[in-house]
Design a protein around this ligand. Structure first.
Ligand SMILES: NC(=O)c1ccc[n+]([C@@H]2O[C@H](COP(=O)([O-])OP(=O)(O)OC[C@H]3O[C@@H](n4cnc5c(N)ncnc54)[C@H](O)[C@@H]3O)[C@@H](O)[C@H]2O)c1
Length: 278
């Protein structure tokens, strides 16, 4: 039987796992036999849509534990290096090591070039681009010492086609691709895989579900599903099949973290229903 190999017993650290895709990845890795350290800011960032709460993060941990695996939730803003260092120390103190890092935390906002809000520009670049760099800085030494490890960075399908009103977000997600290729090169001799996933627009959920489209829709005065359908129409290839769900991204994440992808590194996996072909 073909199956994903090498995930059982791994320790996975996922940022932005208080809700949405990060929480779904946590459930997916737990189902695959992994212990999960779930990081999330658990407080709102000024001028951006809401972030996950402490209760959301606790729910993610509960869902990992319901699957018979160990879970640890740590409130941590990935923009704050001291907090990141402390969180990684706590994770290693609890579980002994980190085998897989999923850099998932990310925020978006709608700003034109000329009206770019200063605090929003900083928050988007610092969370989406500097955040993964700070987390990797503290996670990678343990991987280097063991000469093993796997990093999955979450970029976006907006890098396939550009998008107006999102230049801060698009630039940060192109930056994530740059990090992925540079890290794959730098860490190759140590046997560490580094890849990125570029997801299409994800179906929004309520509460613990994916909040990005929900947040952006609110800033446009639209219903979340109305905005999701609008962006699908603009971005996706024709046909109902190409609408993205969180599980599509979790499946890609599990594959890249597994031994089945042992020869895949420095790659950007577009899980976008082919929209980058447009
Ligand atoms: N939703 C989409 O359509 C879509 C499409 C492509 C890529 N992505 C990317 O997927 C990832 C997950 O998005 P999602 O759809 O689950 O959205 P989401 O808003 O539900 O999840 C993002 C999570 O990150 C957390 N977070 C935000 N800033 C943080 C910080 N500074 N430190 C720590 N945690 C922080 C939030 O609290 C939240 O739990 C993001 O990187 C996003 O850019 C999303």
């Amino acid at each position: 039987m073909t199956q994903l190999r090498g995930l059982e017993g791994k320790v996975v650290l996922i940022t932005g796992a208080g809700r949405g895709q990060g929480a779904n990845h946590a459930r997916g890795f737990a189902d695959a036999g992994c212990d999960v350290v779930a990081l999330d800011i658990c407080k709102d960032i000024p001028e951006l849509y809401d972030c996950a709460t402490g209760a959301d993060l606790a729910l993610t941990v509960e869902q990992v534990e319901e699957r018979g695996r160990r879970g640890l939730g740590i409130e941590c803003d990935v923009r704050d290096e001291d907090a990141v260092e402390d969180a990684v120390e706590q994770a290693i103190g609890a579980f002994g090591r980190i085998d897989v890092l999923v850099n998932n935390a990310g925020m978006a906002a709608l700003d034109s070039i000329q009206d770019m809000r200063r605090t929003v520009l900083d928050a988007v670049i610092d969370t989406n681009l500097k955040g993964p760099m700070l987390v990797a800085k503290h996670v990678v030494p343990g991987m280097m010492a063991r000469r093993a490890g796997n990093i999955v960075n979450i970029s976006s399908a907006v890098t396939g086609n550009g998008n107006s009103m999102l230049s801060h977000y698009v630039a940060s997600k192109y930056g994530v691709i740059g990090l992925t290729k540079a890290w794959a090169t730098e860490l190759a001799e140590l046997g560490i895989n580094v890849n990125a996933i570029a997801p299409a627009t994800i179906e929004p959920g309520e509460g613990h579900g994916s909040g990005m489209v929900r947040g952006l829709a609110a800033s446009l005065g639209m219903e979340p599903m109305e905005a999701y359908r609008m962006w699908n129409e603009v971005g996706n290839l024709p046909g109902e099949k190409w609408a993205a769900q969180m599980q599509d991204i979790t499946d890609a994440c599990l594959f890249l973290a597994s031994d089945n992808a042992r020869l895949v590194t420095g790659h950007v996996l577009y899980v976008d229903g082919g929209q980058a072909t447009k």
